[in-house]
Structure formats: structure tokens, C-alpha cells
Design a protein around this ligand. Structure first.
Ligand code: ADP
Ligand code: MG
Length: 613
């Protein structure tokens, strides 16, 4: 056996660095969080080659006092907490005091920093944990970090990096989130000399959303504000029209930190259910503040895990306020012809570009550069001002995603559905045996009969289930079901729920069960099929958090079965159906999230007929 010896500091730092610094984006995260903690109001992040050759971060924060500089690079040195008890109520972002030592262990770091009261700043160079130089230097207030050749001394880790483009993408996504988390800070992100993102720091969340996601999303926002005894939340929800196929659009910040929480995601997604198609996820930017007594923070080097006390209540309250907000708006997608919109899009992009403020820190940095030695390889370089990337990207995003037309949410609320309006609806007739055309004011509305039927039945069933407003119909003789073990298990778990909505099912010996009664509103349907379908989707049902969601699932299945047998409607029946639909709280989407109606403006038609240009 080899002799036991203590590892030297360099090795310890390298090992620790492995936990904190995984890739360029982790360096950027740590350094930008430090800048935020230093109260910077402007932060510029520049990377080359995905960050593996250079990461430069400049802030106008409080700076580090000269005498403290070497100390900042020691492991577990921090100005932010003094003991583990501070962790729970800490308001700054980083607090483990590991970032700088870890970064310096695996790269070549140059730091230029100056505090406002100091006359001179400091320049400090440290490579692979070894101090290379430390000198006094003229510098502007604030801090600049240059991190070169990440993992130059740990080739095994360097090999793990993905392509420069992918790494740059990670950094970009990170900056987007940081910018969203702090609309009061101006962020600028430059990758290979191109400005990729710039925010103004004017505190407007809407402006940051525009700068990050583009016009389409920014035009489809609903403000959310809620305060209760558990939490406070404000920010924006996207309308259903700007959903997407993954959770990348779900942004939420808890006490100013970007944190993933299954509880919040679930509550959000459940609230959007019936407003979105399956496997579509909502857009949101929400800022939560809640007392740290409701939080259980598990500190892990690379991420923070949050658990909530009273999670059930938080789920329920958040769910309700989002649902309510969604209900307040008419969600009728308006169909327009593509080209005109795209042209407008371009004009808008140009005009916004012109309106953006001059990069105000440019001057300041030029001043900084003049202090730095002329031959310094670190002299900041400024790219020519190019058309701003986010707008171009947003446009590309739109063009990629949009079909022939652009769907846009209407900003007016409550017009088509109001009682007043409904008296003036003119039902023109039916197209393709499916779509009912309704004229109202300057618009043509198209209602999908099938989706409408499904929705109306669904709501009827659901409210009947909820109010227990049905007579159980007795089956005689009873219907005998043979359940395989899986279905039997599902049945045992769901027995209470099924009983609540009017099913009467009794053991009939062995694997057999006798269905003696069924809810009256399902009486004429294929009850055997509905029951088996319910049991088969038990896995999905059991994920439902509240009993009402279980009912919603069952109602949705029963209405699907009912509509399968639907037939062509006569005009009178259609009128009844449409008026039943329009009376619903949420008439806009069928239970599976497809729109029940869309609209087209008279103006659009007139444009097509060249009556107006
Ligand atoms: P932590 O952020 O967990 O305290 P770090 O290793 O990230 O640990 O930083 C160590 C210390 O260096 C910080 O506590 C802070 O005092 C100082 N520091 C780091 N970056 C900056 C900056 N951009 N501006 C001012 N001070 C900074
Ligand atoms: Mg830190």
C-alpha cells in the first residue's frame, strides 16, 4: 500500500473546480453573479470560440479593494456570509466562496478592478492557481475578468466540451435568463465579435422579453399579479398562441434566482391545461417572492434545489390565479395572410433598432482601455455596430415556426362573447360540413362544430360530476367486467372516485366485477369502453394533483366517446350548440387544447381583394 499523504492545494482546487466549473457557461454564471452581487448596473459578457479561448466579463460594480484581491482567489473566501446559518436568508447569488479559486485553478485569469474611493486599481494575473503578477494600475471603477484557455491544464475536461457553437449557445441561454432575472441591469452579450443580446436595463420586463424573444411573444403577454399569505408573484404569462414543444419558455425566478421547481412547473402547466394542445408548454416570465421560512434550500455546488413547505397550498393558489387570468381574456386566434405581416415585421425591427440606446458603457470602457498598457493583449475591442441579433433571431424563429399565416392574439378583451355582442351574431352557414361561419362587426368567426360539441359535452359532464347532478342508472342485469391485474389495481385505486361520480361496481368473484350502476349522463354510451379506457389511463390520472383534475380526465374521456357518435347538425341544433359553447367560461379550446374558433378580419379580406392596400 502506498504511503498516505495530504493532497496539495493545487490538486484540491482542481478537484473542487470539477464540481463548480463544468463548462464555459459555468464560468460566466459565477462571474456574472458576482457582478450582480457587486451591484453593477451594466454587465458585458464577451466570449470567443464558445468561451474556451476567452471569456471577458466587465461590470461597473463596487470593485475589489486592492489588498483583498489575492484573498478573493482563496477557496472558501467570501464577503457574503460568515456561517452556515446565513445560507437560508442570503440575498446574494453566490456565497460559497469557491468560484474564483475554482476558475483560477483551471484557466489563466487576469483581473482588473478598482473601487470608487481608490485612486488606482489593481491588475492581478493568476494561472492554474499560481499567482503570476500583481500590480497597481489605472482603471475605471468596477471589475473586468478575463478568463483564457479554460481547462488548459486539465485536458481530460477540455475534451468534454462540446463544439464552440454549442457552448456559445449555453452561454447565450444563460445570459437570456440572467437578463430576464434582472431587468434593471443592462446586459450585453458578444460572441465572436457579434452582439447577440443587449438589454437596456430600464427595469421594464416587457422590454427584456422583447429583446430576448422578439415581437411575437412580446405582443402576446398577459400580466399576472397576485399576493397572498404564502407568496407574491408578478410578471407575464404568454397567451396559448405562443406555447412551445418544450419547457424552455417557462421562466420563473424565486427571490430573484432562476430556479427549477417541479411544483411551480406542475401548477403552471396544469393551469394551462385545456388551453394548450398536449405536449405544448406555456410561456411565462414570473417573479416569485416568498419568505425563506417556506423554503428548504439544498445547496449543491452546481445547482440549488428548492423544496417548499406547504407545497399543496402553494400549488393550489398558484394554479387558481393563473387559471383565473387565462379566463379573463378572449383567446380567439386571428388568421391573417402571411406576407403583409412579415413586411410589417421588418419595418418594426428596423425602427426598434434605431430607438435602442447607444451602448453607453462604450465610452466608459474606452476610457478604461486608455489606462491599460498600449501593447496589452487584453485591450478591449469593439465590434462595429451590426443590426441587432435578437431581432434577427426572433424573426428567424418566427419564420421557421410559422406556417402560411401568422396567428396573433387579439388585445381586446371580452368583445365577441359578451351578451351584448351575442345578440348581434349572424350565423351565415356551414362550410365543409364542419365550420360554422358567424359574422360579427368587422370580423368573420369560424367555429369548429366537432371541437365545439366536444367542449360543450365535456363541460356538461364535468359540472354534473362536480355537482353530483345526475341520477345513477341501474343496469339490470349488471355488466360483468373481467379485469387483468393491472386494470384491477387501477380500479382499486380509483374506486372512490368512480363511486363519487355515480359508478356502482362490486366484486363478482375472482377477476370479475359487476357494474350495477352508471352515471346517468353516460347511460347511452359505451360504458364498458369508457370504463376500460379510464382504467388504462390510470398512470396518467394518478399524477393529477387534485380530485377535480381526476374528474376532468374522466369527463374528457367520456365526451370523446360521445362525440364519436355525433352527426350532422341542423341549423337549429347548431345555433343551440354555438350558444351553449359561447356561454362557457373557457369556450376557446376543446378539452384536448385545440382551438374551437378562429377569426378573420374583414380588412384582411379587403386587402386580398385589393379594395384596400
Ligand atoms: P462568492 O461569490 O461565493 O463570495 P467568489 O469566489 O465568487 O465567492 O468571490 C469571492 C469574493 O470576491 C466575493 O465574495 C466578492 O467579495 C469578490 N468579488 C468577486 N467578483 C467580484 C466583482 N465582480 N465585483 C466585486 N467583488 C467581487
Ligand atoms: Mg461568487
Amino acid at each position: 500500500m502506498a504511503e498516505i499523504a495530504l493532497l496539495n492545494q493545487e490538486t484540491i482546487d482542481k478537484i473542487a473546480a470539477g464540481e463548480v466549473i463544468e463548462r464555459p457557461s459555468s464560468v460566466v454564471k459565477e462571474l456574472v453573479e458576482n457582478s450582480i452581487d457587486a451591484k453593477a448596473s451594466a454587465i458585458t459578457v464577451e466570449i470567443k470560440d464558445g468561451g474556451s479561448s476567452l471569456i471577458r466579463i466587465t461590470d461597473n460594480g463596487c470593485g475589489i479593494e486592492q489588498s483583498q484581491v489575492p484573498m478573493a482567489f482563496l477557496r472558501h473566501s467570501t464577503s457574503k456570509i460568515r456561517s452556515v446559518e446565513d445560507l437560508l436568508c442570503v440575498s446574494s447569488l453566490g456565497f460559497r466562496g469557491e468560484a474564483l479559486s475554482s476558475i483560477a485553478a483551471v484557466s489563466q485569469v487576469e483581473l482588473i478592478t478598482k473601487t470608487p474611493p481608490d485612486l488606482f486599481g489593481a491588475r492581478y494575473v493568476i494561472e492554474g492557481s499560481k499567482e503570476k503578477s500583481f500590480e497597481e494600475i489605472g482603471a475605471p471603477d468596477g471589475t473586468t475578468f478575463l478568463v483564457r484557455n479554460l481547462f488548459y491544464n486539465t485536458p481530460a475536461r477540455r475534451k468534454f466540451l462540446k463544439t464552440a457553437q454549442t457552448e456559445a449557445g449555453y452561454v447565450h441561454a444563460l445570459i437570456e435568463r440572467l437578463a430576464l432575472s434582472r431587468p434593471d441591469i443592462s446586459f450585453k452579450f458578444i460572441s465572436n465579435d457579434q452582439i447577440k443580446l443587449q438589454t437596456s436595463g430600464n427595469s421594464s420586463v416587457k422590454d427584456v422579453i422583447y429583446q430576448v424573444y422578439g415581437r411575437d411573444v412580446a405582443a402576446s403577454l398577459m400580466e399576472l399579479q397576485e399576493e397572498n399569505d404564502l407568496f407574491e408573484v408578478n410578471g407575464f404569462l404568454g397567451t396559448p398562441a405562443v406555447s412551445r414543444g418544450n419547457r424552455n419558455f417557462e421562466n420563473y425566478f424565486i427571490n430573484r434566482r432562476y430556479i427549477k421547481s417541479t411544483l411551480i412547473a406542475k401548477s403552471l402547466e396544469d393551469a394551462y391545461k385545456n388551453f394548450l394542445m398536449q405536449h405544448q408548454y406555456p410561456f411565462c416570465v414570473l417573479y416569485f417572492s416568498l419568505d425563506s421560512k417556506f423554503l428548504d434550500v439544498n445547496v449543491h455546488p452546481a445547482k440549488m434545489e428548492l423544496r417548499f413547505h406547504q407545497s399543496g397550498e402553494i400549488y393550489q393558489k398558484l394554479f387558481s390565479c393563473i387559471r383565473e387570468r387565462l379566463m379573463q381574456k378572449e383567446h380567439i386566434p386571428s388568421v391573417t395572410f402571411g406576407k403583409e405581416v412579415k413586411k410589417k415585421e421588418k419595418e418594426k425591427a428596423v425602427s426598434v433598432r434605431e430607438k435602442l440606446p447607444e451602448p453607453f458603457e462604450k465610452k466608459r470602457l474606452e476610457k478604461a482601455a486608455s489606462f491599460v498598457r498600449k501593447d496589452s493583449p487584453y485591450e478591449p475591442k469593439y465590434p462595429e455596430r451590426k443590426p441587432l441579433e435578437p431581432i434577427v433571431q426572433a424573426k428567424e424563429r418566427q419564420e421557421k415556426k410559422q406556417p402560411d399565416y401568422i396567428q396573433e392574439e387579439l388585445s381586446y378583451e371580452g368583445k365577441f362573447l359578451s351578451e351584448q355582442a351575442r345578440k348581434q351574431h349572424k350565423i351565415i352557414g356551414q362550410a365543409f360540413g364542419t365550420y360554422w361561419l358567424v359574422e360579427y362587426e368587422e370580423k368573420l368567426f369560424m367555429i369548429d362544430q366537432h371541437a365545439a360539441h366536444e367542449k360543450v359535452l365535456y363541460e356538461k359532464n364535468l359540472s354534473a360530476f362536480k355537482r353530483k347532478d345526475f341520477t345513477a342508472q341501474l343496469l339490470s342485469p349488471p355488466m360483468i367486467l373481467t379485469l387483468d391485474p393491472q386494470r384491477e389495481q387501477a380500479f382499486i385505486a380509483l374506486k372512490e372516485q368512480l363511486f363519487r361520480i355515480g359508478f356502482e361496481i362490486e366484486p363478482f368473484g375472482g377477476k370479475e366485477y359487476a357494474v350495477c350502476g352508471v352515471p346517468g349522463n353516460l347511460f347511452q354510451l359505451n360504458v364498458r369502453q369508457i370504463l376500460l379506457e379510464i382504467l388504462d389511463s390510470f398512470d396518467e390520472i394518478k399524477k393529477a394533483e387534485t380530485p377535480d383534475l381526476v374528474l376532468e380526465k374522466i369527463a374528457s374521456m367520456s365526451c370523446k366517446a360521445a362525440v364519436k357518435g355525433s352527426h350532422t347538425l341542423r341549423r337549429q341544433e347548431a345555433e343551440t350548440l354555438i350558444s351553449e359553447l359561447l356561454e362557457l367560461e373557457n369556450p376557446y379550446f376543446c378539452p384536448h387544447g385545440r382551438p374551437t374558433m378562429i377569426s378573420m378580419e374583414k380588412q384582411e379580406l379587403e386587402k386580398k381583394f385589393k379594395r384596400i392596400i
